[in-house]
Every structure is written in structure tokens, then in C-alpha cells.
Design a protein around this ligand. Structure first.
Ligand SMILES: CC(C)(COP(=O)(O)OP(=O)(O)OC[C@H]1O[C@@H](n2cnc3c(N)ncnc32)[C@H](O)[C@@H]1OP(=O)(O)O)[C@@H](O)C(=O)NCCC(=O)NCCS
Length: 168
């Protein structure tokens, strides 16, 4: 049975062992630091004492300015991932989303948003099924990636922003 809870300091080593972050070696640690700063909550899904997925709630909304100006008070669920791929389609992603929605509701927010890249129609299908709705807002999902030779790349993937209304 899958359980979902916020990351603790001692989880970082297990995350590094079990959930690869190609091109972003400090990704888990950076997400944990943001949580410790109060900017986010870094949720981890566990199965049989092993981390099998993660997602992060950005309490100050989507970091893309073109979205934040429209939804400044809408927390964003960011960087959802289930690993390894054989464990996808078994409800772990839904468990992470549901845990995020509960936390957002508990803090008194009425909406939660998330971005989905244009290429990711499978993930979009899941979000729409779970009640996320089109906002019509598009943006560039920006992040950095380092290749095996240490070269740093700035990536900007076209994406759209979906929002779900949360009922108390
Ligand atoms: C998207 C993702 C987090 C969903 O988690 P999950 O545990 O597979 O989701 P659930 O089992 O709760 O729901 C399954 C649904 O997710 C969707 N899905 C999205 N990407 C998928 C993938 N790579 N493999 C399987 N299902 C996927 C499908 O609609 C699927 O429905 P189906 O089982 O009826 O085909 C997970 O599939 C994943 O890590 N994908 C790769 C990374 C990614 O795309 N992240 C989202 C960024 S916006």
C-alpha cells in the first residue's frame, strides 16, 4: 500500500538511490531545501519502505511570471514523477495528487494548479480525469539540465496551466 508524506532530511539518501534525476544531481536536496525555507512541501510516495514517487507544492504559485500574474494565490503541484516506470498506472500519481490537494485545502486555499507540457498528453489525460480544468494559459516550463560533460543547458518546454477548484 502506498503512503504519501512530506520529505524528511533522512529521506534524501533513499531518494538519491531509488529515484534518478538525470542532469539535475542536486534536485532532491534542492526540493528539500525549498521545503525547509517554507516555499514548498516536498511530498514523497513510499511503497514497501522505498520511495517510488514525488511531487512538490509551490505555496506561492507557479514560478512562471506569465502564470503567476493570473494565479498569484493558487498553489502549484510541480514536478510530479513516479519511478520506476513499471510502477506507473497503479495509482501512485493519483495518491500524490490527492495528498497535495488535502494539504492545500487544509491551508485554506480553494484552488490548486499544475502545468503540463504539450508533449505529455498521458499526464494531461490523468489531470483532466481528476477534475483539473483548462485555463487557456500557456507558458514556457523552464529548467536547467547538465550533461555528462558538465555543460549546462537552459530548457524551455511549451506547457499549459490547469486548475482544479477544491471544495471544503
Ligand atoms: C504522470 C504520472 C506522475 C502519473 O502517475 P501514475 O502513478 O502513473 O498515475 P496513476 O496510476 O494514478 O494514473 C494513471 C494514469 O496516468 C496517466 N499517465 C501519464 N503518464 C503515464 C505514463 N508514463 N505511464 C502510465 N500512465 C501515465 C495515464 O492517463 C494513466 O491512466 P491509465 O492508467 O488509465 O492509462 C506518472 O505516470 C509519471 O511519472 N509519468 C512520467 C513523468 C511525468 O510525465 N510527470 C508529469 C509531469 S506534468
Amino acid at each position: 500500500m502506498v503512503t504519501v508524506r512530506p520529505c524528511q532530511h533522512q529521506d534524501i539518501a533513499a531518494l538519491q538511490t531509488h529515484i534518478p534525476t538525470p542532469g539535475q544531481p542536486a534536485r532532491h536536496a534542492t526540493r528539500f531545501e525549498r521545503q525547509q525555507d517554507g516555499q514548498s512541501t516536498f511530498l514523497i510516495a513510499w511503497l514497501d519502505n522505498r520511495p517510488v514517487g514525488a511531487g512538490e507544492i509551490f505555496w506561492n504559485g507557479c514560478t512562471a511570471p506569465e502564470i503567476n500574474k493570473h494565479y498569484p494565490t493558487c498553489p502549484e503541484l510541480n514536478g510530479l514523477d513516479v519511478w520506476p516506470p513499471e510502477l506507473r498506472s497503479h495509482g501512485i500519481g493519483t495518491a500524490l495528487i490527492s495528498a497535495a490537494e488535502s494539504l492545500v485545502r487544509q491551508r485554506g486555499f480553494h484552488h490548486i494548479g499544475l502545468g503540463v507540457d504539450d508533449e505529455n498528453s498521458q499526464a494531461a489525460a490523468l489531470y483532466l480525469r481528476l477534475g483539473y480544468q483548462e485555463t487557456g494559459l500557456r507558458y514556457l516550463d523552464r529548467y536547467q539540465y547538465t550533461d555528462n560533460d558538465g555543460n549546462l543547458y537552459d530548457i524551455a518546454d511549451p506547457a499549459r496551466f490547469l486548475v482544479k477548484q477544491l471544495h471544503p
